[in-house]
Write a protein that binds this ligand. Structure first.
Ligand code: BGC
Length: 245
């Protein structure tokens, strides 16, 4: 069942001409979709369905179909929470293991009848957040913890630092993912985030860091000047970048 409002527009109602993109963000707790005009501006609300359980390729694709049903679009961009190469998903830490080696791009192209491009969700979110100058790091704080790095706007794809050791024998995702937040509470989670920012700023020496994802709204620490919280909608707005070369 749709949880958000559905104020979608059709191509004839859109102010701009050119192809319309359906941007989809597959997350561990929600599957979100939004229609973008050819310049990447939103043309609809951000619709959301709870991620089905188990989150198999079939059940998630069914959710995407439900979200797509009421919309008119020419192409589809999908952010997926795992390693993605040429439309195929290679890891899925927070979804069903049926995704390993699954060709999501091809499968959706066949069922939706439109061209589809798939990218890691943090990578897609990053495109919606960055300035395109210098070294920029993006961290998504959600069910999992995603990382994306850009140099002068060029993506270093599938960074996967979330599964890298961080502290106390645990990875960034184990320390800062949704399960950790639920487990240790907001105060300790914020302290951990502070430590992660200190460490990452000294190791990656980024010019700017963007913090996004559903749990970015729980951030309470004072952030350095070059660290910004970005709205969760960037995860979808980044979808336009998949069609620029
Ligand atoms: C996945 C990443 C993803 C992140 C955020 C991690 O568990 O390995 O690919 O970007 O979660 O969804």
């Amino acid at each position: 069942m749709l949880e958000d409002s559905q104020a979608e527009m059709t191509s004839t109602e859109s102010a701009s001409s050119g192809p319309l993109t359906l941007a989809v963000d597959i997350g561990g707790s929600g599957v979100k979709a939004m229609l973008l005009d050819s310049a990447g501006n939103p043309l609809s609300e951000r619709d959301r369905l709870s991620t089905p359980e188990p989150a198999t390729p079939e059940s998630v694709i069914e959710a995407i179909h439900q979200l797509a049903m009421s919309k008119t679009f020419d192409r589809v961009s999908v952010g997926f929470p795992g390693v993605v190469r040429q439309g195929t998903t290679y890891t899925a830490a927070n979804l069903d293991q049926g995704w390993i080696g699954f060709n999501l791009g091809k499968s959706l192209e066949e069922s939706l009848g439109k061209p589809v491009r798939v990218l890691n969700d943090a990578d897609m979110q990053g495109f919606g957040a960055i300035e395109g100058q210098g070294a920029e790091l993006v961290i998504t704080l959600g069910t999992g913890v995603g990382f994306a790095m850009f140099v002068n706007g060029i993506l270093v794809p599938n960074l996967e630092l979330g599964h890298h050791p961080f502290r106390k024998g645990q990875t960034y995702e184990e320390q800062l993912g949704r399960a950790a937040l639920d487990d240790v509470g907001k105060k300790r989670w914020n302290e951990r985030l502070q430590k992660a920012i200190d460490l990452l700023s000294r190791t990656l020496n980024y010019d700017r860091l963007y913090l996004g994802g559903g749990n970015a709204k729980r951030i309470e620490i004072k952030l350095p000047e070059n660290v910004k919280i970005v709205p969760n909608v960037s995860g979808l707005l980044g979808g336009i970048a998949l069609w620029k070369n």
